[in-house]
Design a protein around this ligand. Structure first.
Ligand code: SF4
Ligand code: SF4
Length: 510
């Protein structure tokens, strides 16, 4: 597949072409992993509020049992991936660069893998859209491409937008990752069925599966299984270009239409779901199975036997690495996700969660560790930015401490794809600075919001106190007036009584 063909395919503005290194694991069929000795299940594996635990230490749970319930509309249920005993409900290091402890349920599997009663099967052909969305919510399914937004919420967008198209995102543009490629090659029928079910929930009939040009076997498999609940599933091959898998850029590549900044693709009538999410929806609706496991690519030169494994949620990264033959050397970087947008982790004890599509152990030879030099204003970052931003200017403003100024030139439109850092000849860690600045701005915004809220509450309290004082003053004045009136009447009555009393016969008696 030459660069020429890639160029002829639908592409996106900017972007980069990093070495994909997918060959390390692309030919490794999905293999199931044995049940680990311990599973660590953070209560927050999704965007939104953490789930509320329903189990306590020493409880015995069955596979598929609800162990934490979604808290509010943007949250997700969590189920026991296998049967066993809860040995702790408490803090455990997060699968996040901070490694800070987060509330986590720790389960010791009993090896029996005994199911709780499954959710009743639905016949999606007859199910109402609301029933499908409710099932997806019940099953705890989130965006499995890494976004982890609760999938059911996106399935209710038909209430607010005039939708016409569902795009299944199978671009998988991050280097090394091959889990979606394998899923399509091995379970295309399930992905197509899940897509058809989601299309029914959304009220659309047009389904497009978008696949990068470097996955011809996946595209061929989808062409063989091209019906989703009776609707044709079109395969659209797009250019191999990073970050093709970014939702808005994929929509641009497939339809030629631009999603406005900070708007949803639903405004164009299009909803995008990941291919693994579609397969999870198929299992939840047709078989009543909640989300308990996912396919994870374990790769990098630091892994003895790169592979794609079906891992239970909560499986420690160390177990995945051990299953793949262990490490060949001390890795320079251990990542969850791909090398462009993945999260470095501090310890292999952290678990696989719903959004974990990859575990990478990269050696020193695979990571770029060059000295940072001053910006030479070459403009390469501007050409690479798929969002049309000016990264060197953003960086200059952030370095000068002018976060508001950085926001004014588009900081909040940055999708943190890392193309600018990747291309920069001066090795300036641009995207790291942008992520830091966005975090700071969000913090300032939240502090401002809190201060405004405090001011509003204080003003409301003062107004309440003043109203009470005013009411007291008015009551006092009324009371005084009543007392004065009473006194006046008493005086009047006394005077009248004095007038009416008979005069005493004083002189005559003498
Ligand atoms: S790519 Fe790097 S050196 Fe070139 S303009 Fe951008 S920040 Fe400066
Ligand atoms: S990280 Fe942000 S600024 Fe850099 S290329 Fe991506 S979108 Fe543009």
């Amino acid at each position: 597949m030459g660069a020429l063909l890639s160029a002829l395919l639908s592409s996106i503005r900017g972007g980069v072409h990093p070495e994909t290194r997918k060959f390390l694991s692309a030919e490794s069929p999905i293999e199931p992993m044995p049940i680990p000795a311990l599973l660590r299940l953070p209560l927050q594996q999704h965007i939104g509020a953490p789930a509320e635990p329903l189990v306590a230490r020493d409880d015995h749970v069955l596979k598929g049992q609800l162990i934490a319930r979604a808290r509010g509309p943007i949250s997700a249920n969590l189920h026991a991936p296998t049967s066993g005993r809860v040995i702790a409900v408490g803090p455990f290091p997060a699968p996040h660069p901070s490694g800070l402890p987060v509330p986590t349920i720790t389960l010791r599997p009993d090896g029996a893998d005994r199911w709780a009663p499954r959710l009743p099967r639905l016949r999606p052909e007859d199910a109402e859209p609301e029933e499908i969305a409710a099932r997806v919510a019940e099953a705890g399914i989130v965006g499995m491409g890494g976004a982890t937004f609760p999938a059911a919420v996106k399935l209710t967008l038909r209430d607010r937008y005039r939708l016409h198209t569902l795009i299944i995102n199978a671009a998988e543009c991050e280097p090394y990752l091959t889990c979606d490629d394998r899923l399509l090659r091995e379970r295309a029928e399930e992905v197509a069925d899940g897509a058809g079910i989601m299309a029914r929930a959304l009220g659309v009939t047009k389904i497009i599966v978008a696949i990068e040009s470097n996955k011809p076997a996946a595209a061929a498999a989808m062409r063989r299984h091209n019906l989703g609940l009776g609707h044709p599933v079109q395969v659209r091959v797009v250019a191999t270009q990073y970050p093709m898998g970014s939702e808005k850029h994929l929509v641009r590549a497939v339809t030629g239409r631009e999603t406005p900044a900070r708007a949803l693709t639903a405004e164009l009538g299009i909803v995008v779901h990941n291919s693994a999410t579609a397969q999870a929806v198929h299992l939840a609706v047709r078989y009543g199975e909640p989300l308990l496991s996912r396919v994870v690519t374990v790769s990098g030169r630091g892994v003895a036997r790169p592979a794609n494994v079906q891992a239970l949620l909560g499986t420690p990264v160390a177990d995945l690495l051990a299953h793949c033959g262990g490490l060949t050397e001390d890795p320079d970087r251990l990542l969850l996700g791909g090398p462009m947008m993945g999260q470095p982790i501090r310890s292999p004890r952290v678990p696989v969660v719903k959004g974990t599509n990859g575990v990478l152990a990269l050696t020193r030879a695979e990571t770029r560790k060059a000295e940072t030099m001053p910006c030479i204003r070459c403009g390469a970052c501007v050409r690479a930015c798929p969002c049309g931003l000016t990264p060197f200017e953003l960086n200059a403003r952030i370095q000068a401490g002018d976060l508001e100024g950085a926001a004014a030139v588009g900081l909040l439109d940055c999708v943190s794809c890392g193309c600018c850092s990747y291309i920069c000849p001066s090795n300036i860690p641009l995207v790291q600075g942008f992520s830091f600045a966005k975090g700071k701005l969000a913090e300032t915004e939240s502090r401002k919001h809190q201060q405004e809220e405090t001011r509003r509450l204080a003003a409301a309290r003062t107004a309440r106190e003043e109203a009470i004082a005013e009411a007291k003053r008015a009551a006092m004045a009324r009371h005084k007036a009543q007392m004065a009136e009473k006194k006046r009447r008493a005086a009047e009555e006394a005077a009248q009584a004095a007038e009416e009393a008979p005069a005493e016969p004083q002189e005559a008696a003498k």
